[in-house]
Design a protein around this ligand. Structure first.
Ligand SMILES: [Zn+2]
Ligand SMILES: [Zn+2]
Length: 303
C-alpha cells in the first residue's frame, strides 16, 4: 500500500533558487492530501502531475504567508475546473474568515462543499480517523498559533502464503478471516490455521510534519517513533540566535529531535534563502543523526 510524500516546496519565506514556499502532497493508498499550500503550489502540482481534483483533504499548519498564500488560488481553480466532490480543510480558525472575505469580494460561490475543521493550537487532537488512517494535530512553538500533523496507518493485514494455500482448495470466503488471524473450519471439518497459512502483518507506518517551530520538548511524544519525520531546518547552528528570535530550528536541533523522538528517518526542509548550497545543513544533521536527508522538490519520499 502506497504511503509517500511528494515535496512541492522547501523554501522558507520567499521563493528563491528555484525553491518554492512550503507544500507537500501525501499519497496514502492513492488518497491525496495536501499539507500546507504556499504560493506557487498549483504550478508545482501541475509540474509534478498532481491533479487538484484528486486532493481530498488539505492541512494548513499556520497562517504565515509561505504556508497558505496559494490556497485561495487553488480553491478557486478547483471551482473553475468543475470540482464537485467534497473537500475537507483543516487549519487555524481565522483561515475561514480569510477565505470568506476573499470569496465575498470576488463574488465567488463555491460549487463544491468545502468542509472546514478548525485546528486547536493548544492541545493534541485526533482530527481525522478511518479504519486505515488516523491523523492528529499537535501544538508547535512558533510566532503565531501553529500545529504539526501526524499520520498513522491503521493495523495492516496479514497476507496468505501462496505456497501453503496452493492446492489446498481453501474456500475463498475464508481468506479474509485467515488474514485477520481467525482459524476456519469447512463443512468436512477440515481446520485451516491462520498461523500456518499467513505471514504476519507488517508494522504500521507513520509520518509527522513539523513546520515551523522551535525545537522543544513539547511535541516529542506527538512525533515519537514515526518512520519519517519532516522537520524544518531553516538555519545551520551558527544561526541559533536567529533561530530562537524567529521561532525556527537549526539543522542540528532537528537532528537532535529526531534522535530523542526515536524516529527512523529525518526529512529536512524550509531552507533559509541564505543557503544556495544545502550541504552545510545536511552535514550538520548527519553528525547527530545519520538517517537525515535533504528534501528536494519533485522527489517522493517513502514513509
Ligand atoms: Zn515558514
Ligand atoms: Zn511561519
Amino acid at each position: 500500500m502506497r504511503f509517500e510524500v511528494l515535496v512541492l516546496g522547501n523554501s522558507s519565506a520567499t521563493p528563491i533558487y528555484e525553491r518554492h514556499p512550503t507544500a507537500q502532497v501525501l499519497n496514502f493508498n492513492e488518497q491525496l492530501f495536501l499539507i500546507d499550500c504556499g504560493e506557487g503550489t498549483q504550478m508545482q502540482m501541475h509540474r509534478y502531475g498532481i491533479k487538484s481534483n484528486k486532493i481530498s483533504r488539505i492541512f494548513i499548519s499556520h497562517l504565515h504567508g509561505d504556508h497558505y498564500l496559494g490556497l485561495v488560488g487553488l480553491l478557486s481553480s478547483m471551482n473553475l475546473t468543475g470540482r464537485k466532490s467534497e473537500l475537507h480543510l483543516h487549519g487555524p480558525a481565522p483561515l475561514l474568515d480569510i477565505l470568506h472575505l476573499q470569496f465575498k469580494h470576488s463574488d465567488t460561490t463555491l460549487r463544491y462543499n468545502l468542509v472546514f475543521h478548525a485546528t486547536n493550537p493548544d492541545v493534541e487532537e485526533v482530527i481525522m480517523k478511518s479504519q486505515m488512517l488516523t491523523v492528529r494535530s499537535f501544538p508547535l512553538q512558533h510566532r503565531v498559533p501553529t500545529t504539526g500533523f501526524r499520520f498513522d496507518e491503521g493495523a495492516r493485514a496479514a497476507s496468505l502464503i501462496p505456497e501453503k494455500i496452493g492446492g489446498m482448495n481453501i474456500p475463498t470466503v475464508f481468506f479474509q478471516q485467515l488474514k485477520k488471524g481467525v482459524d476456519c473450519t469447512d463443512l468436512d471439518g477440515t481446520v485451516y490455521r491462520a498461523a500456518e497459512l499467513t505471514k504476519p502483518a507488517p508494522a504500521s507506518r507513520s509520518y509527522a510534519y513539523c513546520s515551523d517551530t522551535r525545537a522543544f520538548s513539547g511535541y516529542m511524544e506527538a512525533i515519537e517513533g514515526v518512520n519519517l519525520l519532516y522537520h524544518e531546518t531553516t538555519f545551520d547552528h551558527s544561526f541559533l540566535e536567529r533561530a530562537v528570535e524567529t521561532f525556527h530550528s537549526t539543522s542540528l536541533e532537528a537532528a537532535q529531535v529526531a534522535v530523542q523522538a526515536g524516529v527512523k528517518r529525518l526529512l529536512m526542509g524550509h531552507y533559509s534563502a541564505r543557503y544556495k548550497d544545502l550541504t552545510p545543513l545536511l552535514e550538520e544533521a548527519k553528525e547527530v543523526f545519520d538517517e537525515s536527508v535533504l528534501s528536494f522538490e519533485g522527489n517522493w519520499y517513502k514513509v
